[in-house]
Design a protein around this ligand. Sequence first.
Ligand SMILES: Nc1ncnc2c1ncn2[C@@H]1O[C@H](COP(=O)(O)OP(=O)(O)OP(=O)(O)O)[C@@H](O)[C@H]1O
Ligand SMILES: CC(C)(CO)[C@@H](O)C(=O)[O-]
Ligand code: BAL
Length: 353
Amino acid sequence: MRVLRTVHEVRALRNDLQRNRNSAPRVAVVMTMGALHEGHESLINAAKSSGTFTFVTIFVNPLQFAAGEDLDRYPRTEQADLARCEKLGVDAVFAPLHSAELYPRGSAEQTVIDVPAGRPSQHPRSEAAFRPTFFLGVATVVCKLLHIVQPDDAWFGAKDAQQCCVVRQMVQDLNMTVSIRIGPTCREPSGLAMSSRNKYLTDAEQATAAVVYRALSAGQALWTEYRKRRLQQRQPLTYGALWEAATAALDVLKAESAVCVQYIGLSDAEEWRDLGGGYPLEPQPPDLQADTLLPQTLLVAILSTAVIVGSARLIDNIALSIYEENAPVTGTASSEALASGMHPSTVTKVPRS
Ligand SMILES: Nc1ncnc2c1ncn2[C@@H]1O[C@H](COP(=O)(O)OP(=O)(O)OP(=O)(O)O)[C@@H](O)[C@H]1O
Ligand SMILES: CC(C)(CO)[C@@H](O)C(=O)[O-]
Ligand code: BAL
């Protein structure tokens, strides 16, 4: 396994791979911030089957952390990460030693990929409302890493479903040719979504945090039962029933006093449009009432949440099948839905003030 520290080294390796065009391998990348766990492993294994040459990038990207977030204490476990990659048969790891390798001008002077504030993805019950500059940082570093590694496939996890939407839209808007592939969320036996930030939790807090998946599953079960009944009766589906599913999930979260809910929201999987309901309740999309019928074009809704447990902020989501034929049990159906979005335009800004 090659461990590359500089953009120059990655470019040299990429040129070597490309030298013989007739036998150039398919290249896949898994981008990470390190502190690797089985969720990352599942993406690496998927990438290995989609590409014959697999890159992993390890970079804690300062641009996606706002002031006061956990940049300084984000877990850094490089030796263990490299050993894990080696064991999995990764071909090359790009792990810059300093952020100046990617931001030589400093991150404040960096040309950035802006995700427009007006787009539907920026709704009040979503990541963008709580981390307003997060997607600018993610889109920028993902764009840079795609240009540096030049993969055929780039793999992302459905746990970060909104990130998947933002990356997919950027790739479409900027006419990039890479294929964005999405792997399902890996969970602990308790249902807790694996996450590097779980390291911030004590054992007791990890047990408490399992309520997040129980809550999402309760919302999904309520919805699935309603949907089955209505479709058997050949009745249409309403927004109100979807909102009840979000409320059911919220009630489970609220019953756990050690969990603080930042938001719980319903979004479509392609553009992350606000489907109403959820928490905080205001503002709601003005054109939606409880008895408004869900459009036949809505195949999957994503019920997503962010909560604080102990000193960790955790996110998770679950797919609710709307008019899709086979009801999803895991995130995989949402992955397919994420694969097909139309979207407003992404612009590139130079430079950031
Ligand atoms: N449980 C998981 N299952 C599948 N993919 C995952 C999981 N957790 C993270 N990923 C994916 O791995 C990639 C790298 O994520 P990252 O390094 O931020 O890890 P993370 O566990 O999400 O960390 P954080 O605690 O910061 O959320 C992303 O595409 C992310 O969606
Ligand atoms: C995609 C990513 C590696 C960009 O820093 C990060 O947001 C992550 O790990 O999900
Ligand atoms: N996996 C998302 C990275 C972040 O929260 O910064």
